[in-house]
Structure formats: C-alpha cells, structure tokens
Write a protein that binds this ligand. Structure first.
Ligand SMILES: CC(C)(COP(=O)(O)OP(=O)(O)OC[C@H]1O[C@@H](n2cnc3c(N)ncnc32)[C@H](O)[C@@H]1OP(=O)(O)O)[C@@H](O)C(=O)NCCC(=O)NCCS
Length: 170
C-alpha cells in the first residue's frame, strides 16, 4: 500500500450555526459541534484509507470558546498518524469574524477511526508520512495518545504503555 501524506486527507467543512443547533445561551450546542467534527474526521479517515471507517474513540475535546448563533464555522480535519488499522485525526475548529472575515481558533479535538471491511472487521491502512514540523510533532506524540486511549479503555495494561510512561519519567 502506498504511503500518504496529511495533505491527502485534509478535509474542510464550513457551515452556519442555526437556531436549532444552539443552547439556551444562543451558542452552538456541544453535541452539534461533536457531530460536525465526527463528520469531518470520518471523511479525512476515508480519504486516507479509501475504506469504510468507524469512530473508535474521542481522545480529546476542548471547548475553549463559545460559538454564537449565526457564526460561520470551519471544521478542519487531517490524519495525524496511521497505525495498522487505526488512524488518529486532528480537528481544528475556526470561527469567522463577520466584519473582518478573520478566522480565530475556537476549539480542537482528536479522534481515532478504524478502517473496517463490509463485515466490520478491522483492515490495514496505508502509512502516513508527515511533512511539516507540526505534522511531525503530532505524528510522534500520537503513539503516546494511542497508548493513553487504550489504557483508559481497559485495552492495554499501563505497564505496557512504554512511550506514555516515558513522558512522565523524563
Ligand atoms: C472500533 C472497532 C472496529 C475496534 O474493534 P476491536 O475489536 O477493538 O479491534 P482491534 O482490537 O483489532 O482494534 C483495532 C484498532 O483500533 C484501535 N483501538 C481500539 N480501541 C481503541 C481506543 N479506545 N482508542 C484508540 N485506539 C483504539 C486498536 O489499537 C487497533 O489499532 P491498530 O490496528 O492500528 O493497532 C470496534 O470496537 C467497533 O466496531 N466499534 C464500534 C464503532 C462504531 O460504531 N462507532 C460509531 C459510534 S456509535
């Protein structure tokens, strides 16, 4: 399988915040943002693997900034590392200022997707070759995040999370 770069999976979804998608403070409802991020991330995972993909875990979400009704919201998703059958996806959320058009970062998240066959069995995905410094940094740290996610899910023993443990012992 030919390796891919983050560019191959980059996915950008731009949409408005409508009244039915807000909380009582007239800001974007958290669950709606999670769904938008899941959608963008699944397209990125599909572009990388060209397979059916399923969400395996949501590893990190930070709702740093409320997004008001009527905002134009851009969700940008990119594969940050591919393992055997799983892929880590980085998601950045931007809000566009109505008058200046300037985009400011509102939120971010990290999801894990798994490529599966028609029966739901995990299948191998192409390797990812990071190019920029940011892509390389995210690629290296992804292994620690995978280990943390597996430990929290009870799928890995803490003693086996070698790279994660090293982070605390440095
Ligand atoms: C995701 C799913 C395919 C994993 O199946 P599984 O039987 O655990 O398969 P495996 O143990 O072989 O794991 C497959 C890969 O997922 C990774 N993985 C599984 N759970 C994970 C977690 N919580 N965090 C990070 N990675 C995880 C494994 O490390 C493995 O990665 P690798 O092959 O790249 O090394 C399965 O749990 C599933 O179908 N879940 C439902 C998915 C779904 O419906 N999502 C929508 C939400 S409603």
């Amino acid at each position: 399988m030919q390796a891919k770069t983050p560019k191959d999976s980059r996915t950008i979804l731009t949409d408005l915040v409508l009244p039915s998608e807000t909380n009582p403070l007239n800001n974007l409802f958290g669950g709606e943002l999670l769904a938008r991020m899941d959608r963008a991330a699944s397209i990125a995972a599909r572009r990388h693997s060209r397979r059916i993909v399923v969400t395996a875990s949501v590893n990190h979400v930070a709702f740093n900034k409320a997004i008001p009704l009527g905002s134009v919201v851009t969700v940008e998703a990119v594969v940050s590392r591919a393992f055997k059958t799983s892929m880590e996806i980085f998601i950045d959320v931007w809000v566009e200022d109505r008058e200046s058009g300037m985009k400011s970062k509102a939120n971010e998240a990290i999801y894990t997707f798994v490529a599966v066959d028609e029966t739901g069995i995990p299948v191998a995905v192409p390797a990812l070759e990071p190019e920029t410094k940011l892509e390389k940094d995210r690629f290296i740290a992804a292994l620690r995040r995978k280990q943390l996610s597996l430990v929290l899910a009870g799928k890995m023993k803490p003693k086996d999370a070698t790279e994660l443990k090293a982070l605390f012992l440095d």
